[in-house]
Design a protein around this ligand. Sequence first.
Ligand SMILES: [Zn+2]
Ligand SMILES: [Zn+2]
Length: 343
Amino acid sequence: MLALRLFGKEDLKLEKVGEPTLEEPGAILRVRATSICATDIKAYTTGARTKIPITLGHEFSGEIVDASREYADYIGKRVVVNPNIFCGKCEYCLSGEHVLCPNRYAIGIDVDGSFAEYLKIPDQAFRVGGVQEIPGNLSYEEASLAEPLSACYRGQRKLGIGLGDTVAIIGAGPIGIMHLKLAKAAGASKVIISEVDERRARVAEELGVDHVVNPMKEDLEKRVMELTGGRGVDAVIVAVGVAQAQKDALRIVAKGGGINFFAGLPAGKEEVPINTNLIHYKQITVLGTSMQTPFEFKRTLEILAQGVVDLKPLITHRYALTDGITAFQTSMKAEGLKVIINP
Ligand SMILES: [Zn+2]
Ligand SMILES: [Zn+2]
């Protein structure tokens, strides 16, 4: 079968590899849709992966075509799989905070992923509820976006965004736009996006943001204060891995508000001088989230199936796996939002 494999820094090749086989309990997925993520791009530009070569891809859906006896019922079913595989036994998993599981590994990050025709679904994915049937009305492509959307859903639940809140999102990439859609669906009264790229700013406007601010051209703090009656926003989501954005968040959040550092900073750039008095005197909550629990993943599928948010406008490019390299280049140019490969 064909697979798009990373051999090191900026070394991606479309290769013929053997199809996965079932020696132990689990199932074989025929991948139908898989989306390119910033994490894949980061792996490409840094070559930093524990396993090399590796087939990238962790946002995917498909059809179960073979399974061991335990999962025979799944054969022929359309499914979407949480790429994060949790142990289900540690104290974090037992408490429902699977994302903190020290035994976690991820498909497409630690083991071969979905930029391939077939993919092995391990037994453990089934055991922790990571394999979900795709609701009838949902396409494979939309279902493949359940992974990033569920991470955003977790991020907003932890912030407690609700009816009437004002929200600022820093960064209008695919993740920033997913946050916009979720915040609007949660009842946010006003969503402000900070974005330096004019093209992305326009897309955010088309997709329903209330205000866009370009922090290179305008004073972000001044603008946010104008838009919120001098109060600041109830919640800030930092959806770019930029230190300045984290510092900006502390200035634009309202007293008693919350901030989610949703994007990690690049290796070696994690130390950021911040005015901690802003946290103290404004009595702000600063938190971080990444990934999603099996519960959040399942909930997100319902959000998509019930049309609470519509991610179809985010799918801007589609490619066959044979054009996988071109798909990657398109995603890196950040011209559109989500680039989907249909193997
Ligand atoms: Zn991702
Ligand atoms: Zn665990």
